[in-house]
Design a protein around this ligand. Structure first.
Ligand code: IDP
Ligand code: MG
Length: 150
């Protein structure tokens, strides 16, 4: 068992389309613990730091426009192998690919409006949690742990 933390962010299209509860509900039903969550408008500088790795790519300018176009819901999630598991729940980057059951497939239609972000590795998760929430994030005990983990 590897209890780890990851960073996820509900993107502006999903907030505007009223999908916050649906998305958070999927994580909750899976047994994934929400360690931190907020709703905020993204300053351009933060968006640029978050997507630094994509700077120079053709989709970078529209991506920054997209992510700063309305409020987002960043969160920190905790669970067994959650970095990989949460990415699988989100699905393929392009909603046209992937499969039913994946959030991006179920709720989205285009790659440039793909609902949600998730960290893709332990290094990225650490960087993104720090960027959006600061380094020290207190945990808490949740009553379902004994029923989720053997
Ligand atoms: P990921 O979100 O699945 O990790 P990345 O390749 O890291 O995918 O791309 C970051 C984000 O940039 C995607 O989620 C999507 O919003 C956007 N993006 C990626 N590739 C394209 C593209 O070809 N056209 C438009 N937007 C793109
Ligand atoms: Mg990525």
């Amino acid at each position: 068992m590897a209890i780890e933390r990851t960073f996820a962010m509900i993107k502006p299209d999903a907030v505007q389309r009223g999908l916050v509860g649906e998305i958070v509900g999927r994580f909750e039903k899976k047994g994934i613990k929400i360690v931190a969550m907020k709703l905020m408008q993204v300053p351009r500088e933060l968006a640029e730091k978050h997507y630094e790795i994509h700077k120079g790519k053709p989709f970078y300018p529209p991506l920054i426009e997209y992510i700063t176009s309305g409020p987002v819901v960043p969160m920190v999630l905790e669970g067994d192998d959650v970095i990989t598991v949460a990415r699988r729940m989100m699905g393929a980057t392009n909603p046209k690919q992937g499969a039913p059951g994946e959030m991006r497939f179920d709720f989205g239609q285009q790659i440039g409006r793909n609902i949600i972000h998730g960290s893709d590795s332990p290094e990225t998760a650490k960087f993104e949690i720090g960027l959006w929430f600061g380094e020290e994030l207190a945990g808490y005990t949740k009553i379902d742990a004994a029923w989720l983990y053997e």
